[in-house]
Ligand binder design. Structure first.
Ligand code: DGL
Length: 276
């Protein structure tokens, strides 16, 4: 096991499924020397409708596993898990570097000219204090229109990110927002950038889409620099694990980020993740 400030130690990352890969691609572009361990908790996807207490418990189990693997920093490329668990994880592991996600309301409000912004995120994200706090800090004077796009995460997990059902869900979410004058949409769930083409088709070219991935990658880089823990290698490695079906995860990784990889299996036992 490596230790926290060892540059050779891996970065840990997790999401309910493949959504986090939309953030990982930015992190890997920004930090190509880092070794990364990514866990998709596909036995429990989607997290969105599960509520805070359950998502917190799952996130804590995954974090404890990643710490056991020697992670020097843990990034949570999942708005739902961040909403449910980031605060308690920081309390539980004081001083340990976590990078979480909150819906990118701040840049959206700054860039919106119409003053009407759409936010797409899961129910648990909307219920969390993180969202309430970004709305309070940055949303004043702007109309924020929210939609959970119920069912979209399942479509993306099934390899149909731009299929007819995904398009229908997005139309139902976005068309009423367009009618009310949105000029900016926050992609507040890391799965949704994979439906980018459908979203773009529905909103047209004049609506700005905000994907927070590049900002998260910059945050990870600056934290590692502060810790003097950047990996000097020029070729980092990736390890993928799933609590679901490795064959399915492997297929999704190939389709979504164009990579052919081995996927390891982990299992939940009494609230803990274990390797097979
Ligand atoms: N990708 C996640 C997020 O950013 C979780 C989606 C889900 O499992 O419902 O919120």
């Amino acid at each position: 096991m490596t230790t926290q400030n060892d540059p050779q130690a891996p970065i840990g990352a997790f999401d309910s499924g493949v959504g986090g890969l939309s953030v990982l691609r930015s992190i890997r572009a920004q930090l190509p020397g880092e070794d990364i361990i990514y866990i998709g908790d596909q036995a429990n996807v989607p997290y969105g409708p599960r509520g805070k207490a359950e998502v917190r418990r799952l996130s804590e189990g995954i974090v404890s596993f990643l710490m056991g693997e020697g992670a020097k920093l843990i990034v949570i490329p999942c708005h739902t898990a961040s909403a449910a668990a980031l605060h308690s994880l920081r309390e539980q592991y004081p001083g340990f570097p976590f990078v979480g996600m909150e819906p990118a309301v701040k840049p959206a409000v700054e860039q919106s000219k119409s003053g009407v912004v759409g936010v797409l995120a899961t129910p648990t994200t909307f219920e969390g204090e993180l969202y309430a706090s970004v709305v309070e800090r940055f949303g004043q004077g702007t109309t924020l229109l929210q939609s959970t796009c119920l069912g979209l995460v399942a479509e993306i997990e099934a390899g149909r990110a731009n299929g007819p059902k995904a398009k229908r869900i997005l139309q139902e979410a976005l068309e009423p927002m367009i009618a009310k004058g949105i000029d900016t949409v926050v992609l507040g769930c890391t799965h949704y950038p994979f439906s980018f083409d459908s979203i773009r088709q529905i909103v047209g070219d004049d609506v700005r889409l905000i994907d927070p991935a590049p900002a998260i990658a910059r945050r990870v880089e600056s934290l590692l620099a502060e810790m003097h823990a950047k990996n000097p290698s020029d070729q980092g490695s990736m390890r993928y694990l799933t609590s679901g079906d490795p064959v399915t995860m492997r297929a999704r990784i190939a389709e979504l980020v164009n990579e052919n990889v081995k996927v390891e299996k982990v299992d939940w036992k009494n609230g803990e993740l274990t390797k097979r």
